[in-house]
Design a protein around this ligand. Sequence first.
Ligand SMILES: Nc1nonc1C(=O)NCC1CCCCC1
Length: 246
Amino acid sequence: MQIAVVSLFPEMFDAVTAYGVTGRAVKLGLVRVSHSNPRDFTVDKHRTVDDRPYGGGPGMLMKIDPLRQAIAAAKEQVRAQARVVYLSPQGQRFDHRKAVEMAQEEALILVAGRYEGVDERLIETEVDEELSIGDYVLSGGELAAMVVIDAVTRQLPGVLGHGASAEEDSYVNGLLDCPHYTRPEAFAGRVVPDVLLSGDHEKIRRWRLKQALGRTYERRPDLLQGRVMTPEEQELLADYLSEKAA
Ligand SMILES: Nc1nonc1C(=O)NCC1CCCCC1
């Protein structure tokens, strides 16, 4: 997959291109991240990318033309049909389903805004989709773009060592993740649940699913709304709740 990022701060993206699973994906060529900086498309002496808002109000807005040219350059970089995504709190909520969907694209162009935002006509004429990673305001779209790059890259074939972990990622089954344990077996008087030491993979699978269902019920009941539970899941959640009540 090719991802071109339109941002005033391309160096920020080292956080996803140089480290960890996503850094390895870049190294293996499973994903290519390129950059296009609106400042490189300014023509005035001060390399101006922002201007005052019509109608007054605090702060500045990003000007149309440098962004428009930076997006055009980004399209040149990816040379394929690319979905242009603008990151902002006004966007559709980014979630696992969206990550899976975006991972099917041949190319993405992620536009990271700064200041108080961008001229609405840039969004109307250049942006295919506005995406939000959550209901809060960041100082720029870069961190949101990196969240998208990370979550989408994990969905690409070959990125996660053993394919299974992509499927087992929590949210794949629409549930929160179960608890995890590693050595030592005892810590601060707390021991690892016996089932995880049993070597009985079916028992372990059921235990993990039960914990995931129970946690989701307790912490994020909204995720269970409208989610059809299998008979096994219904049984395991009932067991979890009766054990909790006991
Ligand atoms: N939340 C978010 N989800 O995606 N992006 C977000 C954000 O808070 N972005 C910052 C704003 C700041 C003004 C310019 C445009 C981006």
